[in-house]
Design a protein around this ligand. Structure first.
Ligand SMILES: NC(=O)c1ccc[n+]([C@@H]2O[C@H](COP(=O)([O-])OP(=O)(O)OC[C@H]3O[C@@H](n4cnc5c(N)ncnc54)[C@H](OP(=O)(O)O)[C@@H]3O)[C@@H](O)[C@H]2O)c1
Length: 281
């Protein structure tokens, strides 16, 4: 039988790289994508089929999909929408183009790529669409507005897609990680420095504390897990006949899913405000 194939976005580091390698070891045919040439070479050296893909660029998406389908003869079992970044900053400090850029990568890229592959999966009678959301796709923290909004948007898209794909054999699943070891924090810090005028902000003192946290080496937060924790969930989605709709990862992700259901909104705000304060120390 042919090996099952999967296309993964954002494989240069962190979760994408770990999942790509883990699935290769498990016998999948993995199309591991990244933006930079050096990362493509690194992926190829690890035995992965690497392809250039910037999800913020529709032309790049088109070319990658064409190439994958050329190589597979027009089939693809699964797509793991993983590429993304966090744009820190208070909502009042987010310029329109900064918010747009966050959505171009995290949301519009994901939907564009997914939409190009749905007809392929419909034609083959099934498939798996996996979206890497976040704990911050269902609860909000201060100074994460752009990222929160992008992940809430992905949750909405996934919930709608699932209804629209009923009976197609295509399963849609969301992964909702809490803190995972990766380059996420370093990349978020870079985006903060690039896009937010900290000194001009009402929040400049808070930002100093936040930058100290973003620049700190070591685990970002309590209960941080390695990316293998996400790999386990991806394997379940790919190999179970009826994958679940949502897969929280890490203790905080489970905890806040429960708290969100149980606590009145203002009480949850107080808890999240305190988490946000702690994070900014
Ligand atoms: N780490 C966490 O605590 C955590 C928690 C919840 C959810 N997540 C989600 O997990 C996913 C992976 O993040 P990570 O933690 O593994 O962080 P990471 O190490 O920073 O990896 C992010 C990946 O996304 C890629 N990427 C960013 N913009 C892209 C674009 N326009 N086109 C293609 N690729 C792009 C990056 O590529 P470059 O190297 O080229 O920038 C990198 O490969 C993200 O969607 C993130 O929101 C992470």
């Amino acid at each position: 039988m042919d090996r099952k194939s999967i296309l993964i976005t954002g494989c240069s580091s962190g979760i994408g790289l770990c999942v790509a390698e883990g699935l290769l070891r498990r016998g999948y045919r993995v199309f591991a994508t990244a933006r930079k040439t050096a990362d493509l070479e690194m992926l190829a050296a690890r035995g992965l089929e690497s392809l250039q893909l910037d999800v913020a660029d529709p032309e790049s998406i088109r070319c990658t999909v064409d190439e994958v389908l050329r190589r597979t003869g027009g089939t693809l079992y699964a797509l793991f929408n993983n590429a993304g970044y966090g744009q820190p900053g208070a909502v009042e400090d987010l310029r329109r183009e900064v918010l747009r850029a966050q959505f171009e990568t995290n949301v519009f890229g994901t939907v564009d790529l997914t939409n190009r592959l749905i007809p392929v999966m419909r034609a083959q009678g099934g498939g798996r669409i996996i979206i890497n959301s976040s704990l911050l796709g269902y609860v909000s923290l201060p100074f994460r507005g752009a990222y929160n909004a992008s992940k809430y948007a992905l949750e909405g898209i996934a919930d709608t897609l699932r209804l629209e794909l009923r009976g197609s054999g295509i399963r849609v699943a969301l992964i909702e990680p809490g803190p995972i070891t990766s380059r996420f924090r370093a990349n978020a810090h870079e985006m903060f420095k690039r896009h937010v005028d900290a000194e001009a902000s009402h929040f400049r003192n808070t930002y100093r504390a936040m930058e100290n946290r973003l620049a700190k080496p070591g685990p970002a937060a309590p209960f941080t897990l390695p990316p293998e924790a996400v790999l386990d969930k991806v394997i379940h989605i790919l190999e179970s006949d009826r994958p679940r709709i949502r897969y929280p990862v890490t203790f905080p992700a489970y905890l806040f899913a429960v708290l969100k259901r149980l606590l009145p909104g203002r009480t949850l705000d107080r808890v999240l405000g305190q988490v946000g304060e702690g994070e900014n120390r």
